[in-house]
Design a protein around this ligand. Structure first.
Ligand code: NAP
Length: 559
């Protein structure tokens, strides 16, 4: 059949900035294969399925994985035959496909396409034909050899079988035009479901896959479009928003079938993929690294609590301006910023709240709904300072007109994003601010900015102009796994009445433990974490943050 040429302008709701205009050819709707098209359109309109791959080495373990995937709530289990160390096609497939608890996708991936199978293609294709005969719900065949399988099938496709024709690129993600042409070629060949998997070298690569999925959805072509590796994780989380046919989630950590895959249980319980739809707003944390962040657990559960239709994802970002420029549609409604992007975020926003500007660090970005402009805020400042004020014995922030920090020496260790927020906040409260930093010149810069005093870390050891000072560590010293490190000796701590540590893994750092032993009041970084997150939640949603729930979640995460 002649192919129809579509010119597609990506809908404004997904104005991912790169390649707004692209060409994709899909088979003529009036053409061959109309009976499978009905099935396709039904599937294309449905919810994104969760498929759990089994990479077990034995058929026994694979059968157990199928039961575990069903118990987890997966819709489909993928049987990776190439992972079986001794595969007996007829007996193993019969065993696996008889009484399967959920639909099964059979894949027999060769080494030349990133799998484990090292033999000839004929044997492999024969096994896939056998899987069809034995009732597999889905069979995956690589695009490069799909024509051979289709020839052998000679038009006799089992009624309930859905054929996935797949292409994997382990190097990069091609242009939207190339992806579109590949999808069209795969569909023309006779795929019920097109599968294209690429690799993200930068998070902006994923936007091209989203564009392809949106366009395929419009044309009612079921597509699995995923981008591998850490920088591609959002493709796995957000495909339900853009209309991907399915997403893969591993049975547990260490049992991934592709790089960047997260667990099925995280997809269901943290990111709630079943509840994500076209109108779901997307928030997330921009950082590098970001995989360790607990913010997705916290914000997603808080969104659910208040019934806010949104999802919160991790963004592993190398280049902040390029990221913000790429994900520029209203769908991407707000961002948290963490190391190392807080300072660069100030220059990337269209407008910056005066406090964030004075601090020189933005930890929250909101896309203003009325004009799409990015507005930067800093919730670290209020979170940390209010936590320290509340940590001062006998004082309640809400009751007092004058801050208990006023007139007292307030020593900040560190001059990075958190250090700036603390130094600015303490100065605003009337404290005498002293900044000690490893790189002395940065301490001096910050001190001169806010009218404070600068010290080297060595000088800090013998610094005690008064008793009852306040200390705030804003460096990562003492953070997991270096839990035996501390920024100041126990001996020096006796001059401080209150000691705060921005580090919150572990909850009680060596600094806090020794400060408590020296008789100081201590304030955990967890308190700052909870309060800055509550501030972000309120900026994201316009709703009051569910404080007790957020506290419970954070305590649970750190138990
Ligand atoms: P940042 O902008 O990268 O600043 C890091 C600061 O720590 C710099 O002053 C740096 O000194 C100093 N530093 C790093 N390693 C050091 C070492 N080994 N010895 C001495 N000084 C060292 O980072 P940030 O955003 O301010 O975050 C800093 C810490 O605060 C992190 O542990 C972060 O997790 C924590 N934090 C906690 C919260 C919360 O909610 N509790 C919020 C924000 C941040 P140089 O200038 O010499 O490089």
């Amino acid at each position: 059949m002649l192919l129809q040429l579509f010119v597609c302008i990506v809908p404004s709701s997904l104005s991912l900035s790169e390649s707004r205009l692209f060409l994709i050819s899909f088979p003529d709707k009036q053409g061959e294969g109309s009976e499978i098209r009905d099935q396709r359109s039904e599937m294309a309109m449905g919810k994104t399925l969760l498929c759990v791959p089994s990479v077990a080495n034995t058929a026994e373990e694979m059968a157990a994985d199928m039961a575990a995937a069903a118990a987890m709530g997966a819709d489909v289990v993928e049987l990776r035959l190439d992972c079986l160390s001794s595969f007996q096609p007829r007996s193993d497939l019969h065993r696996l496909l008889t009484n399967r608890p959920i639909p099964a996708l059979v894949t027999y991936r060769p080494k030349w396409e990133g799998g484990e199978y090292d033999g000839d293609d004929e044997t492999r294709i024969d096994a896939l034909l056998l899987a069809m005969e034995l009732g597999a719900d889905y069979v995956d065949i690589e695009f490069k050899v799909a024509a051979r399988l289709l020839n052998l099938m000679s038009g006799r496709k089992p009624e309930n079988l859905k054929l996935i024709i797949s292409s994997h690129n382990y190097e990069m993600t091609p242009s939207v035009e190339e992806l579109g042409n590949l999808a069209a070629s795969i569909q023309t060949l006779g795929a019920d479901i097109v599968k294209i998997t690429t690799t993200a070298n930068d998070i902006s690569d994923v936007s091209r896959m989203f564009q392809l999925i949106v366009h395929s959805q419009e044309k009612q072509v079921p597509i699995i479009g995923l981008v591998m590796k850490d920088r591609g994780v959002i493709s796995r989380l957000l495909c339900p928003k853009f209309g991907g046919y399915l997403t893969f989630g591993s049975l547990n950590k260490g049992r991934e079938s592709a790089p960047g895959q997260i667990t099925g249980s995280e997809l269901l319980n943290v990111y709630r993929i079943r509840e994500i739809g076209p109108d779901t707003k997307v928030f997330g944390i921009i950082g590098k690294p970001v995989g360790h962040s607990k913010s997705p657990n916290l914000h997603n559960e808080a969104f659910r609590e208040v019934g806010f239709n949104a999802v919160y994802v991790p963004y592993l970002v190398d280049d902040l301006p390029s990221f913000l420029n790429t994900y520029s549609s209203p769908d991407f409604a707000g961002f948290s910023c963490t190391i190392p992007h807080k300072e660069a975020a100030v220059t990337c926003c269209d407008e910056v709240d005066p406090i964030a500007k004075a601090i020189g660090a933005v930890n929250t970005i909101i896309r203003r709904p009325s004009d799409g402009k990015l507005i930067g805020y800093n919730t670290d400042y209020v979170g940390a300072i209010s936590a320290i004020e509340d940590g001062i014995a006998g004082y309640r922030v809400k009751d007092a007109a004058v801050s208990p920090l006023a007139g007292r020496h307030f020593v900040v260790i560190g001059a990075g994003g958190a250090g700036k927020a603390l130094a600015y906040g303490a100065n605003e409260k009337g404290a005498k601010v002293v900044i000690a930093n490893r790189t002395y010149v940065r301490a001096k810069e910050l001190a001169s900015l806010i009218g404070g005093h600068a010290l080297t870390l060595a000088d800090l050891e013998n610094y005690h102009p008064e008793e009852g000072m306040i200390l705030a560590n804003t460096t990562s010293i003492g953070m997991h796994p270096n839990v035996n490190d501390t920024p100041l000796s126990k001996q020096a701590l006796k001059h401080y009445a209150v000691v705060f540590d921005a580090v919150y893994t572990p909850k009680v750092t060596r600094l806090l433990r020794e400060a408590e032993e020296s008789g100081s009041n201590v304030v955990s970084g967890l308190e700052m974490f909870i309060r800055q997150a509550m501030g972000q939640f309120e900026l994201f949603t316009g709703l009051t943050a569910p404080e007790s729930l957020m506290r419970d979640i954070v305590l649970r995460m750190n138990a």
